[in-house]
Design a binder for this molecule. Structure first.
Ligand SMILES: Cc1cc2nc3c(=O)[nH]c(=O)nc-3n(C[C@H](O)[C@H](O)[C@H](O)COP(=O)(O)OP(=O)(O)OC[C@H]3O[C@@H](n4cnc5c(N)ncnc54)[C@H](O)[C@@H]3O)c2cc1C
Length: 506
């Protein structure tokens, strides 16, 4: 029997997609050409939105226990502090940035995947493929460690195979964008001195446009990133040494010395996005679909959320929904990718501005703006990715409702003050969740498949944060998708049923 989905690449994106699809009961094969998982810290920041997703997999608590909570960011320019960002303002059960090395994140995901019965097939490389033929199947050629070539058929294939994606090349999809001319150096260093950061992120901007960013990875160890304008004479591939970092600490006027390193690496920054994330039965996700500057720690998190968006749609189509539902993957996640590239490029340009006047204006604006809690909240909502919305997507539907949330918005979790139950607990079962206010159940729920129900009715006031503010006080029906976004917000059961049909629930 053909497997339903071949996932190429067992980085964070491929692992998350395999977990999601297994949770929906689909059969998957997950291959990776590398003989071992990531060995270094690489992507360090796990954002609140990703932790919310990990909560659905039942691994959020362990991630939090293993990681380091970063509660604030302090921004300095020319040795003067210009702003402080409070991550405690993130409206989530996880109001912080979590520092967790990528190798540990991958280990958590791998263990979860194994518990769902899937093993990563290592040293298996996708060589080539033919997109769906007459039988609607993808034919993939896979090369094993002993040189043997295997031909296998799949209903779908997901390219989670990173920036140099074989899948993307095979699709002949453009990956357009630019390469930054700045030099970047990264080190996980043992630091000593009075200015070693605590559980906060420190960003030091220099008048010439160089930047030093650092945060504590674990006791005594910090991640340090340098961006510099030395590119004309500097060999980009040279592995940095302790002296590079110590010079930067001195330049920032910091009483810190790098004593030794766990890992040091140079890296370059590209801003590129695949022209489309879907071609027939083949999909792109993660770095295969978008790469960008490390500003804000978005890379890995965006890939993991691509996986959540794609998986429930594949599952719905596997169970009979119209295959046009899959078009919305490119529509929804492509837009997120575009905004991500714009935002991270702007952030990098501002942080590394070498024009002194522009630098001073930037400092003034950041200083003034972050004095307002509303602006701080908007900033940390963006960084934590909880502000991502699919409002306006062709597969969400809003009627008139009187709460603040609309279809396409992320549904925040809430806790019942009386029972301690969490509202979105049902999403852990890989289902949609129907939340009703002042409706009778049988009429609405008739025939709905894969849906859990919560009737709030007169109990809405018992939830915190305030469900009444979010969803309104009057009658209302909200259908939350398995990826945690509201697919339907309205009052008419007829409109709900039309929507349910489109997303494969009827
Ligand atoms: C030095 C460094 C530092 C970084 N620091 C940060 C950071 O601080 N913050 C951040 O957000 N991001 C950072 N990143 C980026 C982050 O690591 C990526 O965004 C993230 O790994 C993307 O995950 P992915 O699963 O999409 O792709 P990847 O992690 O690249 O995984 C792709 C996988 O596909 C496999 N593969 C490729 N081709 C094939 C094939 N033909 N057949 C089978 N398997 C294949 C590869 O072996 C690999 O395991 C850093 C990256 C590097 C290299």
């Amino acid at each position: 029997m053909d497997e339903e989905c071949l996932i190429v690449g067992a980085g964070p994106t491929g692992l998350a997609l395999a977990i999601e699809l297994r949770r929906f009961g689909l059969s998957v094969r997950l291959i990776d050409k590398a003989g071992h998982p990531a060995q270094w810290s690489q992507a360090l920041v796990v954002q609140a939105r990703t932790l919310e997703q990990f909560d659905r997999y039942g691994i959020a608590d362990q991630a939090v226990a293993q990681g380091r909570k970063i509660s604030a960011a302090q921004i300095w320019s020319d040795a003067k502090q210009i702003a402080s960002l409070d991550f405690g303002l993130i409206p989530s059960r996880f109001p912080y940035l979590l520092f967790l090395p990528q190798n540990e994140t991958e280990e958590l995901l791998t263990t979860k995947l194994q518990s769902l019965g899937v093993e990563i097939e290592r040293e298996v490389e996708l060589i080539s493929f033919e997109n769906a033929g007459d039988d609607n199947r993808i034919r993939a050629t896979l090369r094993h460690a002993d040189g043997r070539e295997e031909r296998a058929r799949f209903r779908w294939m997901a390219g989670c195979d990173g920036a140099h994606s074989t899948v993307r090349s095979g699709m002949d999809v453009a990956f357009e964008g630019t390469t930054s001319r700045l030099d970047f150096q990264l080190g996980d260093l043992r630091l000593a001195g009075q200015d070693v950061p605590g559980d906060e992120l420190q960003v030091h901007l220099h008048p010439g446009g160089d930047v030093l960013a650092m945060g504590r990875l674990r006791d005594g160890i910090c991640r340090v990133v340098l961006a510099s304008h030395r590119q004309q004479t500097f060999d980009q591939r040279r592995v940095p040494d302790l002296q590079d970092f110590n010079t930067a600490f001195k330049q920032s006027g910091l009483g810190i010395v790098a004593e030794s390193a766990i890992w040091m690496a140079p890296f370059s920054v590209n801003q590129r996005k695949a022209a489309q994330y879907r071609q027939g039965s083949v999909f792109l996700a993660g770095d295969a679909a978008h790469i960008h500057s490390p500003v804000g720690g978005q890379g890995m998190n965006t890939g993991i959320q691509d996986a959540a968006n794609l998986a429930w749609k594949l599952a719905a189509v596997a169970k009979g929904a119209d295959a046009r539902l899959l078009d919305s993957y490119n529509e929804e996640r492509g837009k997120v990718g575009e905004e991500l590239l714009r935002g991270t490029a702007r952030g990098l340009r501002l942080a590394t501005a070498s024009n002194v006047l522009l630098g001073r204006m930037r400092d003034l604006v950041i200083h003034r703006a972050t004095d307002f809690q509303m602006i701080q909240t908007a900033m940390v909502r963006t960084i934590s990715e909880v502000s991502i919305t699919y409002r306006g997507s062709s597969i969400v539907r809003t009627e008139v409702v009187n709460g603040t949330l609309r279809a396409g918005d992320r549904m925040p979790d809430a806790v019942c003050k009386e029972t301690g139950h969490t509202l979105l607990a049902a999403l852990r079962e890989a289902k949609h969740l129907l939340i009703t206010l002042d409706y009778s159940f049988p009429e609405i729920t008739k025939g709905l498949r894969q849906v859990a129900f919560v009737a709030l009715n007169s109990h809405a006031h018992q939830w915190t944060p305030s469900i009444e503010r979010l969803l309104g006080t009057g009658p209302g029906i909200y259908l939350v998708r398995p990826d945690g976004y509201i697919g339907f917000a309205g009052k008419s059961t007829e409109a709900l049923r039309k929507h349910a049909l489109e997303v494969g629930l009827l």
